[in-house]
Structures are given as C-alpha cells and as structure tokens.
Design a protein around this ligand. Sequence first.
Ligand code: IMP
Length: 175
Amino acid sequence: MPDMPVLDHILFSQEQLKTRIAELGRQISTDYKGKQPLFVGILRGSIMFYADLLREISIDCNMDFMCLSSYSGTSSTGEVRTMLDLRESIKGRHVVIVEDIVDTGLTLDYLTKNLQHRGAASIEFCCLLDKPANRKIEIHPKYVGFQIENEFVIGYGLDYDELYRNLPYIGVFKK
Ligand code: IMP
C-alpha cells in the first residue's frame, strides 16, 4: 500500500482494472461488430479508462471527446455544463459514451438530453464505476466495470479537487 495520507485503502488494483476493462472491450467489440461505433470520452475523469478501454476494442471505431464540469470537492454542484463539445456530427452513428463513474446520474441525464436530438442511430453508456446508492435520477448504463459503495474514490482519472488523477489504481479517499 502506497504511503498516501489521503488514501484509506485501494479499491481496485492496476491488475483488477486491466482484467475487467479487457472483458468490457471484448463485450463491446462483439456487440458492435460491423457498426463502427463512435467512442465519446467524457473529459477529464474518463481519460485513463478511455485510453485503456479503446486498446481492448478490436473492431473499427472512431474517437471523439466532450468536456463537462459539475463537481467541486467531494460533492456535485448539481449543475452540469459543456466546456467542450463534440467535433463531429453523430447523425446516424452508434455512439458509446465512456464515463468514469455514475453517481447521482445527473451527468448521464444531461448527456442523454443534450445528445438525443442529434440523430444518433443509438447511444449507450459505458462507465467504469457505478455508485447506485447516491442516484437522484434513475439511469442504468449498459456497460459497467464495477459497482461500488457510496464512497468517494480517487485515482485512475478520478480526482479530488483536481488532484490524484494520475494514480494508477482506484482508492477510497480518506476524509
Ligand atoms: P453524477 O453527475 O453525480 O453522476 O457524477 C458524475 C461525475 O461526478 C463523474 O463523472 C465524476 O467526475 C464525478 N464523481 C462522482 N463520484 C465521484 C467520486 O467518488 N470520485 C471522483 N469523482 C466523482
């Protein structure tokens, strides 16, 4: 265990993340065979997950990104904003939104509303972590890496006040 005062314990090691992400990659590659999906990474939290997941995708696909903001410290501000929008049109495309974690569900709800009028052939969510205990809006991502308890986690792209995104594992934040 690394000597980090802010870390209570490690929840998912690098090996556990790698194994589960490889499974997700295989499943998505099978489900989207022949569909050339567009993977949309939600910045900044999904960056590590996105990069590792896409390396496990074995079919033709495209990449794009959106940058959203909603969190400050360990609680959601409740207001989601688009800081950077998609570069390409999603008309007729099979879109897979890649997100780090679903907590209240406000971000996924915002994305659903924001993208539904853009004419995509389909839109699904792939989230590394799912924290169902804290949901404000009922939403069920199709692809989920791990379900977790209602704890604040850091690392592997996830931050606390813009710190700790660079940790290669996911750990529980010590309050
Ligand atoms: P939601 O809109 O409440 O579902 O939250 C989604 C966003 O909140 C995620 O994309 C994360 O950036 C952030 N978030 C939620 N829970 C955590 C956490 O435990 N650690 C770090 N960020 C989190």
